[in-house]
Design a protein around this ligand. Structure first.
Ligand code: IMP
Ligand code: MG
Length: 187
């Protein structure tokens, strides 16, 4: 057990444990291996939140695949996205004719990914599907089809396993609900 008291003390509760995450990632890897059999997909990780999930997931997929990354900035406060999106780092390689699997940490309003999906489709990918570790369906503002989602969660601000608040908590191995006192201390 990782007992990083400085970080765990800021959580209200653990929402998804490392064991539950590991099991879900394994299952998803198996599913993608079946669904993409005989194809060599490009897995696109969205920096920085998805990196931990991405690193675990690709090792559960038994297919030849490429990896690439994009970094997107969504203007807004640190706990809410505004839907105005800017690409900070683009893909290194052309995706024309490729089967693209976008890997995201969490879908909240859906604004970031519906914008990104549109961008990738204009580049003539053969297909674009979306994989997310967490989904907050109650908060959706943009219509977005999510093909693979590991956990549906309630409307709470969560951190850990790659997800941050103000760049902190990404290294927590579990996912937890951040204690509201942390926002009020940092308005
Ligand atoms: P959307 O455009 O509202 O779907 O925003 C998705 C992005 O907002 C995610 O990639 C995260 O970076 C961030 N985000 C949304 N909800 C949370 C959360 O509960 N914890 C940490 N980051 C979040
Ligand atoms: Mg993100």
């Amino acid at each position: 057990m990782n007992t990083n008291a400085a970080l765990y003390g800021d959580l209200e509760r653990i929402l998804v444990s490392r064991e539950e995450i590991a099991e879900a990632v394994k299952k998803l890897g198996k599913q993608l291996t079946e669904d993409y059999a005989d194809r060599a997909p490009v897995m696109v990780g969205i920096l920085k939140g998805a990196v931990v999930f991405f690193a675990d997931l690709i090792r559960e997929i038994d297919l030849p695949l490429d990896i690439d990354f994009m970094s997107i900035s969504s203007y807004g406060s640190s706990t809410k996205s505004s839907g105005v999106v800017r690409i900070l780092k683009d893909l290194d390689r052309d995706i024309t004719g490729r089967h693209v699997i976008v890997v995201e940490d969490i879908v909240d309003s859906g604004l970031t990914l519906s914008y990104l999906k549109g961008v990738l489709e204009t580049r003539k990918a053969a297909s674009v599907s979306i994989v997310t570790l967490l989904d907050k369906p109650a908060r959706r503002k943009a219509p977005l089809e999510v093909q693979y989602s590991c956990f549906q969660i309630p409307d709470a601000f969560v951190v850990g396993y790659g997800l941050d608040y103000d760049e902190k908590y990404r290294n927590l191995p579990d996912i937890g609900v951040l204690h509201p006192r942390i926002y009020s201390e940092n308005p």
